[in-house]
Design a protein. Sequence first.
Length: 170
Amino acid sequence: MAGANRTLPLIVVMCTGNMCRSPMAEALFRHHLRKKGLCAEVISRGLAAPVGRKPHPYAVEVALENGVPLPEDKRAAAITAPELAAATVVFVMDAGHRREVQKRFPTATGKTFLLGQWGVGEIADPINSPREAFEAAWKDLDSSVQTWLEHLHAAGLIPASSGACDRNLM
């Protein structure tokens, strides 16, 4: 359950359907948090998610080939107001997502940012595109996640990992 452990910061990553970009970003955040020795809870959600659907097969393949597999039990889920309220920071893929958050969840506006803000800008939805679009999205997501983690840690929002953190994230 998102936000169940209130001692951990909560990173929410959103896209439209929670089948391509946000599940890949969720896996990348978890991977880089462990790799950098940082501690946070991470969930991904969609603004218009087909609830219960598995991630896109290309998203699964690209993640696996990059050594950061998506969880077997990952399914599309819609964002909820309590999840956004619990979030430390919310990342979206494009300006349209940010406008939708502002409209539907105005209290989350101040903590909602473009994931690609520090370089790549908007991250295109690869849903109906060839596999190469998923590979390009992966690269954009990976660089964006790493950059944001540096900023969040430097700002004191994401602490260094501890044994308790590692157990809570597994």
